[in-house]
Design a binder for this molecule. Structure first.
Ligand SMILES: Cc1cc2nc3c(=O)[nH]c(=O)nc-3n(C[C@H](O)[C@H](O)[C@H](O)COP(=O)(O)OP(=O)(O)OC[C@H]3O[C@@H](n4cnc5c(N)ncnc54)[C@H](O)[C@@H]3O)c2cc1C
Length: 417
């Protein structure tokens, strides 16, 4: 899914001629609808004051509203400059990058919104290296985590006690977070893969698919890339190399320098597990659902969200179900255990799985720890750009979503090529 802040993705859509649906959906389009589900299967309404009314709930919601307003103000003032792609300078209290701002939203103007670059110094930005839960605490906005958690943790991006606030706020900047709250989201009729298939068809030099890069050597100002296709290996020589594959694996098959090895071995990725399943007749979810009580490290491996894509299929629609299998400081959960736990969770909330059509664990959202972030990991990476005719791109540069990845690539191409 995407949102109004998907500027770079929009450029890809325009180039390829394949466009999103929403936020106003027509019948037959994969529209966005969601509910919140307790672990006993009942539906919760945490943000609707009139449903299950109580003074306590109303006060809590008022507190949340006040803190949302406060955070929005803080991000525009104390943390001005946070809303750009990438992490250049943040650990030093500086900012530089393409703005993610949307003219007229959350204080953004025409001058400082996408695709303009913003640049400056702001020592407060160093706070963004803190884990998000600590960042919220020092700013007195702890309640807002109730809003941010669903589109962050259940989307596989990790837990708030471990993830640097910069990653949370750059992906779920206030504008994007509000679009999630108000369900002003985008989807693609035939899936997001189609965006890039369409782009690829129009490229002068389309991406070569179905090949594995097995060796990279960079002698004498050239780049030798060995690929394996249909069991056959061949080597080609290039002037420049742009790496968009996981950098922590790159060191295993390339002539990586000590600097590259040192930096890339610090990368952490999420182990995000998901499957698409059918359900017993008439017993599938007919709306997507968040299971917020499972979005805590103590419930690692439990189903956190299920996604219902086709409203017309009502109670007989396959759904995708998602869980995380790792958290800093907790033992990893084995893949098979995660799968079994998700099945049990779905059954307990009223959706007994019939058949799994596809299941996987993905290398997801590569990033670094709060400590390495504060230690200037992203500036060290930036300092390496161009050495040995090598450039680093892909989701590591900004954040593990399509928009941050496309925008960071636009930035790298614009600055270096
Ligand atoms: C289940 C799931 C749902 C998601 N939903 C959304 C969403 O709704 N909205 C959104 O914005 N983002 C979403 N994302 C995130 C988004 O897909 C990623 O952030 C984005 O694809 C990252 O792009 P990338 O080019 O950096 O990496 P990738 O898309 O992972 O591309 C890297 C490619 O490199 C290939 N590769 C790796 N090693 C080698 C090698 N040695 N030789 C050759 N090829 C190699 C891999 O096979 C892969 O195809 C989702 C991700 C997942 C897994």
């Amino acid at each position: 899914m995407g949102a109004i802040t998907y500027h770079a993705v929009s450029e890809m859509e325009e180039f390829g001629g394949y466009y999103h649906k929403g936020p106003d959906f027509k019948k037959g389009e994969p529209n966005m609808r969601r509910e919140f589900r307790n672990l006993d299967g009942t539906v919760d309404h945490p943000f609707e004051p009139k449903v299950n009314f109580s003074i306590g709930k109303t006060l809590k919601l008022l507190k949340l509203k006040k803190q949302m307003k406060k955070l929005n103000q803080l991000m525009q003032t104390k943390y001005a400059g946070y809303d750009c792609y990438g992490h250049i300078g943040v650990a030093k209290g500086e900012y530089y990058g393409i703005s993610k701002g949307v003219d007229g939203h959350c204080g953004a103007t025409k001058e400082n919104s996408f695709p303009n670059y913003i640049k400056g110094k702001n020592p407060n930005l160093k706070d963004l290296a803190l884990p998000f839960s600590e960042f919220c605490k020092i700013n007195g906005v702890e309640e807002v985590q109730r809003i941010w958690i669903a589109p962050f943790t259940s989307f596989g991006y990790g837990f708030f006690d471990e993830i640097p606030a910069a990653l949370v706020m750059k992906y779920l900047d206030v504008t994007t977070a509000l679009e999630f709250v108000n369900m002003q989201l985008w989807t693609w009729q035939d899936g997001t893969q189609e965006i890039y298939e369409h782009v690829n068809k129009k490229l002068m030099h389309p991406a070569v698919l179905g090949t594995e890069v097995v060796k990279v050597e960079r002698p004498d100002g050239k780049v030798n890339v060995t690929v394996r296709k249909d069991g056959e290996e061949s080597t080609e020589t290039f002037d420049k190399l742009i790496i968009t594959t996981p950098l922590d694996y790159f060191i295993n098959y390339a002539d990586a320098t000590d600097e590259e090895k040192n930096l890339f071995s610090k990368i952490i990725h999420e182990r995000y597990c998901d499957y698409i399943a059918t359900f017993e007749s008439g017993k599938s979810p007919n709306i997507s659902g968040y299971m917020v009580d499972n979005m805590v490290p103590e419930r690692l491996g439990h189903a956190m969200v299920y996604y219902n894509r086709w409203q017309d299929l009502d109670r007989d629609c396959p759904a995708t179900v998602y869980a995380l299998a790792n958290h800093t400081g907790s033992p990893d959960v084995e893949y098979d255990t995660v799968m079994k736990t998700m099945d049990e969770d779905m059954k307990k909330v009223g959706f007994p799985i019939k058949e799994k059509l596809y299941a996987q664990e993905v290398y997801y959202c590569p990033h670094v720890s709060a400590k390495d972030y504060a230690d200037g990991w992203y500036d060290k990476l930036e300092a390496l750009q161009g050495n040995l005719n090598t450039y680093y791109a892909g989701e590591i540069i900004s954040f593990g979503d399509m928009e941050d990845t496309c925008a960071a690539s636009k930035d790298i191409i614009g600055r270096f090529f």
